[in-house]
Design a protein around this ligand. Structure first.
Ligand code: MGP
Length: 200
């Protein structure tokens, strides 16, 4: 009889166990749940991460958007930026917005969301420094997925468009409409729609 064949994979070295892959930025997940009439009281910080491994630990531990209750939101923002118009980093910014049918049990919404979050924490955008975060809103009228950027001025149009085109590429969407709204216009809108500064 020959030597027994060892089919077990080699045990990871101490270095492999300890080293995590750092992200360019630290990110924070916030959760919005519509409980109080005061909007700001409904939004809570959940956890922060700055490595790929800690991101997946968190992301895989929580429900995907399609399993959330109505009127809930996930918000992933760069650490230190609150997911609200009032934050200094958001106040002059806006959002690229994708409107989808209601999310309940929609694997497509979960796919879009996962790819979008991977793209922002992986900093795949040419102007990643302009990206503050991303939000998914679960509503009865439909699901909204958005990337928030920090400069909605007309003079910054080229960068905004470049980011929007990259979002379409990341999500693999050609026919779906993406609109960019300045937060100032969203906050002051009358009715459902804000003025669209750009459209792709
Ligand atoms: P929403 O949750 O972004 O969208 O904003 P929803 O529920 O689809 O409603 P719609 O108006 O877009 O059709 C709902 C409301 O939450 C807003 O009208 C504001 O009253 C409040 N709100 C939302 N955001 C993102 C903010 C914010 O950043 N700051 C403050 N103060 N209120 C906000």
């Amino acid at each position: 009889m020959g030597e027994p064949v060892d089919t077990e994979p080699a045990a990871p070295s101490a270095e492999e166990i300890i080293i995590k892959h750092p992200l360019e930025n630290k990110w924070t997940l916030w959760f919005y749940e519509n409980k109080s009439k005061v909007w700001e009281e409904n939004i809570h910080e959940v956890a922060s991460f700055d490595t790929v491994e800690d991101f997946w630990c968190l992301f895989n531990h929580i429900k995907p958007p399609s399993q959330l209750s109505l009127h809930c939101d996930y918000n992933y923002f760069k650490n230190g930026i609150k997911p609200m118009w009032e934050d200094d980093k958001n106040s002059t910014g806006g959002r690229w917005l994708l409107q989808l049918p209601p999310a309940k049990n929609s694997p497509q919404v979960d796919d879009y969301w996962k790819n979008l979050i991977m793209s922002i924490i992986g900093e795949v955008y040419e102007h990643s420094c302009e990206i503050n975060g991303a939000i998914v809103n679960i509503r009865s009228k439909g699901t909204k997925i958005a990337i928030w950027t920090n400069n909605a001025s007309k003079e910054n149009g080229d960068n905004i468009i470049t980011i929007g085109k990259k979002i379409k590429e990341v999500l693999g969407i050609q026919n779906e409409k993406l609109v960019y709204e300045a937060h100032e216009d969203t906050a002051n809108k009358h009715g459902t729609f804000a003025k669209h500064a750009f459209m792709l």
